[in-house]
Write a protein that binds this ligand. Structure first.
Ligand SMILES: *[C@@H]1O[C@H](CO)[C@@H](O)[C@H](O)[C@H]1NC(C)=O
Ligand SMILES: *[C@@H]1O[C@H](CO)[C@@H](O)[C@H](O)[C@H]1NC(C)=O
Ligand SMILES: *[C@@H]1O[C@H](CO)[C@@H](O)[C@H](O)[C@H]1NC(C)=O
Ligand SMILES: *[C@@H]1O[C@H](CO)[C@@H](O)[C@H](O)[C@H]1NC(C)=O
Ligand SMILES: *[C@@H]1O[C@H](CO)[C@@H](O)[C@H](O)[C@H]1NC(C)=O
Ligand SMILES: *[C@@H]1O[C@H](CO)[C@@H](O)[C@H](O)[C@H]1NC(C)=O
Length: 809
């Protein structure tokens, strides 16, 4: 979290605030009727008398979002408490108002006035609030009795003076900067035992503890733990029924008078005592005099205690500071590169079916690690065995992902792997099956050679004319599209049909039915790379308007094509998102393949953006958010990852409320989650295609990110990505021109001096920067759609983007 509070700023603002503060605050007291506004301004927090703690809105990222929280007012970026609801932090957009009311305590209203959160109702009337110097914010009645306090509703931190009662707990956050509830818990159980354990999110199911004080009812009377006490001198202990204590830590030689002390259950599962000098000049940081568990947490978190610190398919290692870090084994990559603790996924999944047909997999090889183990996940144990046999046995077995060999025993393991760690005492060898990076290049499937040759040539042609305009181009591109498509459908060897059961939500229509519904395919709505779309009215529930797409690239009638079609339709049918066009059903009759979609009234985004009347800035912003979320869903949230390959305004439709819905997804190619790096013939549309199509680089979801970047610029500027008509040469290529404007600080030009957009300059600038990140030539520099959404919504910061095409310009 970035709380841009420097000491100077604070001193400055509190000096400035003094007259007002005296009015509303007296020794940390806050009168009923007082309010705070979520903003970076002065009226966003209440300070404790010493000025050490602040209660209120701390900025979250730099994009007008605020966390309702308590933090050290003199140290940047250390939140000790935050309001939460279910498992989520209470994040308020700028302009939200927090009122202290007599009847309901603290009430947070969003800028529109709706109630967002409240501290909880009490039967007694609140007389005032008080922000204490120990970091506790208390609502008091008129006799100064406590009605509600933050100390009784802790998040991940305890402060000196705070106690935790039975059934009380601390929950870690998801990551350093993500306050959503994480996997680790510190609990004083009902039986008096203080434990650390992981929970299986999103449920509360607690795994066996990885630390416990064992203060349960024993043979000694009253030996049960009653409270976890963190006393004001900095000692932490479990206080037993009989007054006995089990000390966890002392203040470790630091005085609570001269130092800030806190104990936080960190996002990596370590409960840590932190100290920071109160009187400091220049740079000072938190030191960690004590933590628990004090061993290697990678080894401590055993198999029965949850998946481990690093999530599935990863390897947990201890850094020099005794903190765990996570790695992915070769052939695996992080689920979320921004959060390495979430786990890894395999870059490919071996299918036993393919093996049967192809024989030994020449595209696989074996990586050897030493002393690395995933103790669970085995499905078979071979003994006696040798290292070679173990390796070979796994290699030949399509179910086997990893084999571990030690003391004459071979453990074959399948995915997902859990609790991965390195343990030198194991003396083991680990064999991991990995697919060669360039396997698709080395052993291409067996297509018809001619087609392949042709599409190669088209690719070259496409490259040479990319920036020019030519009708020839379009012809070549569309033929490349069809050939490419044909190629995809032909590339696998023909094998017996397996019956695929289609999602029951989808209806199978007869051709006759659809011919009737469309009145003999009369009203044409549009033409795309994959076929022609007709308007129709279904008789099912009277008057349901539909769009019927007649697919034209589906030549051939092999069993394989049929299976492929069903698979694709099934995948499309399983997508459900408000920014994706819904598929109602399909028709698969002989050579005829049709898809029946919901009909959307407001046409395409292209006609909306590029018409004579410029749509409003607000509307465009909302559309950009919607498209980003739809794409994020396709990439990361639906069951089978879908790379769209042809994001452009012609493929975005608008409903009655101008909500954007992505269409044509799942048609270009469905890439299974773990086979996302294959090279196939070029797809996409000129002006929107990512450079890797021309460079024999693997095609990943990043191609969509590129196209989204171009689309975002079009939404911002309301003009087409390539325009040779009205504009002079320097403006012809939108991406180049916008980057130049951005560098020169000429954003006014970008939006053609549109007043509404210029009034919203922060958003405008942010959107342009995000778009520039998306159109980076180097795919690895482009953010994921997850990151794009976070940046657009202001949850993540947008760094200054580099030049998108450092080589070609
Ligand atoms: C909250 O406080 C604001 C500003 O003082 C005031 O305008 C608003 O009416 C209050 N709302 C409630 C529900 O008390
Ligand atoms: C925090 O993590 C949760 C769970 O992984 C995720 O859904 C959420 O989007 C994240 N929030 C931010 C601000 O990154
Ligand atoms: C805190 O606990 C320690 C150790 O039990 C004790 O010596 C100290 O006096 C306590 N401090 C307070 C303020 O109770
Ligand atoms: C803070 O530290 C400085 C230098 O280390 C010292 O001169 C000053 O007296 C200290 N102030 C307090 C309040 O302890
Ligand atoms: C493991 O088996 C594969 C397949 O037979 C072989 O290519 C590789 O060299 C073996 N590796 C080791 C370390 O034995
Ligand atoms: C292909 O992979 C092999 C083995 O992984 C490697 O040696 C070779 O350099 C790669 N070739 C290219 C063109 O990437």
């Amino acid at each position: 979290m970035a709380v841009p509070l420097s000491v100077e700023m604070l001193l400055f603002s509190s000096l400035f605030l003094l007259p007002i503060s005296v009015f509303s605050q007296n020794n940390g007291r806050v009168a009923v009727g007082s309010s705070l506004t979520a903003s970076t301004g002065d009226s966003s927090s209440w300070l404790s008398p010493s000025g050490d703690f602040a209660f209120g809105f701390s900025p979250l990222g730099n994009n007008d979002l605020f966390l309702l929280s308590i933090w050290y007012a003199k140290i940047p970026e250390t939140v000790v408490w935050h309001a939460y609801e279910d498992n989520n932090p209470v994040v308020a957009p700028g302009g939200s108002i927090l009122n202290l009311t007599a009847n309901s305590g603290l009430v947070l209203n969003n800028p529109q006035g709706g109630e967002r959160w409240k501290s909880g109702t009490t039967s007694r009337i609140v007389a005032n609030g008080v922000m204490n110097d120990n970091g506790n914010f208390v609502l008091q009645d008129k006799n100064s009795g406590s009605l509600w306090e933050t100390f009784s509703n802790p998040t991940d931190t305890v402060l000196p003076g705070q106690t935790i009662e039975r059934n009380g707990k601390l929950s870690s956050r998801r990551s350093e900067t993500n306050y959503t509830k994480g996997r680790f818990q510190l609990r004083l159980q009902d039986d008096g035992n203080l434990v650390l354990n992981t929970v299986n999110l999103p449920s509360d199911f607690a795994n066996n503890p990885y630390f416990a004080t064992d203060t349960t009812a024993g043979t000694v009377e009253g030996s049960q733990g009653k409270q976890l006490v963190f006393n004001s001198s900095g000692y932490m202990f479990v206080l037993k029924e009989n007054g006995g204590r089990v000390t966890l830590t002392g203040p470790q030689g630091v005085s609570t008078r001269d130092n800030y002390i806190r104990a936080t259950l960190d996002f990596d599962g370590i409960f840590t005592l932190y100290s920071h000098p109160k009187n400091f000049t220049g740079k000072a940081s938190w030191s960690t005099p004590w933590y628990m568990p004090d061993g290697d947490i990678c080894q401590t978190l055993r198999e029965d205690m949850g998946v481990g610190v690093c999530g599935y398919n990863s390897i947990c290692k201890l850094k020099t500071d005794n903190r765990p870090t996570c790695e992915c084994p070769k052939g695996f990559s992080f689920l979320d590169p921004n959060d390495i603790y979430r786990g890894c996924s395999s870059n490919f999944i071996q299918s036993c079916e393919e093996d049967e047909l192809q024989g030994p997999r020449k595209d696989l090889y074996v990586e050897v690690l030493t002393n690395t183990d995933w103790p669970t996940s085995d499905y078979v144990q071979l003994k006696p065995s040798t290292a070679d046999n173990c390796n070979e046995s796994c290699f030949q077995d399509c179910l086997c992902a990893v084999a571990v060999f030690r003391s004459e025993t071979c453990w074959k393991k399948k995915l997902p792997l859990s609790n991965g760690r390195v343990d030198v005492s194991l003396n083991s060898q680990t064999f991991i099956k990995v697919r060669k990076d360039n396997a698709t290049l080395q052993s291409p499937p067996k297509p018809i050679p001619d087609d392949k040759e042709k599409s190669r040539k088209s690719v070259i042609r496409v490259e040479s004319v990319l920036l020019g305009t030519s009708i020839f181009f379009n012809v070549v591109l569309s033929s490349a599209l069809c050939l490419g498509f044909f190629y995809i459908f032909r590339k696998k060897p023909v094998r017996p049909s397996t019956n695929i059961v289609l999602d029951s939500n989808l209806r199978s229509f007869s051709y006759e039915e659809l011919r009737e519904a469309t009145n003999g395919f009369k009203e044409e709505l549009g033409k795309g790379a994959f076929g022609v779309v007709f308007k129709g009215v279904m008789q099912i529930s009277p008057g349901v308007e539909v769009a019927v797409k007649k697919l034209n690239c589906f030549t051939g009638d092999t069993v394989d094509v049929e299976k492929e079609f069903k698979t694709e339709v099934n995948v499309i049918g399983q997508t459900h998102h408000k920014n994706l066009v819904r598929l109602f059903g399909y028709c698969d009759e002989g050579q005829q393949r049709l898809l029946v979609y919901e009909f959307l009234s407001n046409g395409t985004l292209a006609s909306f953006l590029f018409s004579d009347i410029k749509p409003s800035w607000r509307q465009r912003i909302e559309i950009a958010y919607g498209v980003a979320k739809g794409l994020l869903y396709l990439h990361e949230e639906c069951r089978t990852q879908i790379i769209h390959c042809d994001i452009k305004p012609q493929n975005i439709l608008l409903d009655d409320y101008y909500t954007p819905l992505i269409s044509d997804f799942g048609l270009a190619k469905l890439l299974l989650m773990n086979q996302s790096q294959t090279l196939t013939a070029i797809r996409g549309t000129r002006g929107y295609v990512a450079p890797e199509w021309f460079r024999s680089l693997p095609i990943t979801t990043k191609v969509d990110v590129y196209s989204f970047g171009v689309l975002l610029l079009e939404i911002i500027c309301c003009r087409r990505s390539v325009d040779n008509e009205g504009n002079c040469e320097e403006k012809a290529i939108l991406t180049y021109w916008v980057y130049d404007c951005y560098i020169e600080g000429a954003l006014d030009d970008v939006v053609d001096h549109e007043v509404e957009a210029l009034c919203d300059r922060t958003i405008l600038e942010k959107f342009v920067m995000v778009a520039i990140w998306c159109i980076q030539e180097d795919p690895s520099l482009r953010p994921t759609m997850m990151k794009v959404v976070q940046m657009l919504e202001g949850v993540a910061e947008v760094p200054v983007p580099p030049c998108p095409s450092p080589y070609t310009r």
